[in-house]
Design a protein around this ligand. Sequence first.
Ligand code: UD1
Ligand code: CA
Length: 450
Amino acid sequence: MTTALVILAAGKGTRMNSDLPKVLHPIAQVPMLIHAMRAGSVLSPEHTVIVTGHGSEAVAKVARAEDEGAQITVQEDQLGTAHAVAQARSALSGFEGDVVVLYGDTPFLQPDTLERMIEARSGNDLVILGFEAADPARYGRLVMTGDVLERIVEFKDASDEERSITFCNSGLLACNAQLLFSLIDEVGNDNASGEYYLTDVVEIARRRGLNVTAVACDEAQTLGVNSRADLAAADAVFQARARAELLDLGVTLMAPDTVYLAADTVVGRDTVIEPNVVFGPGVTVESGATIRAFSHLEGCHVSRGAVVGPYARLRPGAELAENTRVGNFVEIKNAEIAEGAKVNHLSYIGDASVGAATNIGAGTITCNYDGVMKHKTTIGENVFVGSNTMLVAPVTVGDGAMTATGTVVTRDVDPDALAVARAKQENKPGYARKLFDMLKATKARRDKKA
Ligand code: UD1
Ligand code: CA
């Protein structure tokens, strides 16, 4: 069975109180919409249609960055969930497979739940995803007779008896695409909200004698995000889950609650992560590495046996080979640090390559930016870069070379050469004493006047 995803993402998300469209707010540093798209990707959809409204252009851009083929349709006025799904009609014209409708603001959906919905489709024309709600609040209620779903009543339209039902509508459904559009054609807006409810397709299908059922999942998967508080809570749920996964995989987290992970963080077995480490998107850490306390990593790769931090910052494009050392107050951006090389203290290495077994002294800076363009610094193998060296890029330091402490390197350094570029030191005997005496006398004269 071929499937198409329709992801509803037109809502304004008023309660987010934000200029950013709701579905672009990140959880674990990945927009909610992308979480939904990734969950849906388990079905290998032939079409992914995103129904946008508020902030349509921004939403489209993010969706296409994740999936070039994503089809964007704009719902100009948000007249309800049925009206939203109807916007996908032209994108899916002639499509004979199933449609699975997802919300862009329910990021916790698990892939196997979607698979179970598709399985349930074999005996049913329409499948709804429901959940037992701890607090059913304002969710739509599923009115069941045995396994048959008779209809869904929105909270606003429900009787007291119906409100006592705790089996609720998640909003997700699976149905043949053309059948769904024909059911939606019959949906009206004569209800408490004056909206076109997608939930009405259930009763319409039953009237046509079609088979409708509900598949259940746990409530955590259907958690929606409507406010910043929800967003924070959702992030916390995600973090707890991701930390537990890492622990299961054999990663040591010394203080799990203080490690902040991204949705795509990959960490190998026997790696130790100390307290207060933040992972931005795109980080891979191999086995047996150590990420020491208070480090911040994004878009980087740390190889086996490397030690990072404490207080290190690895920015996008930082590539650390095996057994490298990146110490405190060191920032690395778009730079390869080859096997066994060390950058231990207070340095900035950007747009650079550092050869194997090279030692970068404290306070070294690659001056990679001239105010307009970025330039590259190439440092060979077994180089000793003296403390407080400024490497003014573009510049190359050959294998086995050395730079003297405090050197400003503006020209290439040949292999095995020593570069020294600093003012010569001169010592003047007795001068310090004379200078002190002079200064003290000046101060005494001033104090007397005052
Ligand atoms: C909906 C369901 C309710 C269910 C609940 C689960 C209906 C009528 N009700 O209610 O049974 O328990 O979800 O969270 O479907 N959207 C659009 N365009 C629109 C309207 C909505 O794209 O015109 C999108 C929203 O951005 C959101 C989703 O559809 O992602 C759900 O809309 P929302 O208004 O939150 O529905 P609820 O009233 O919560
Ligand atoms: Ca909602």
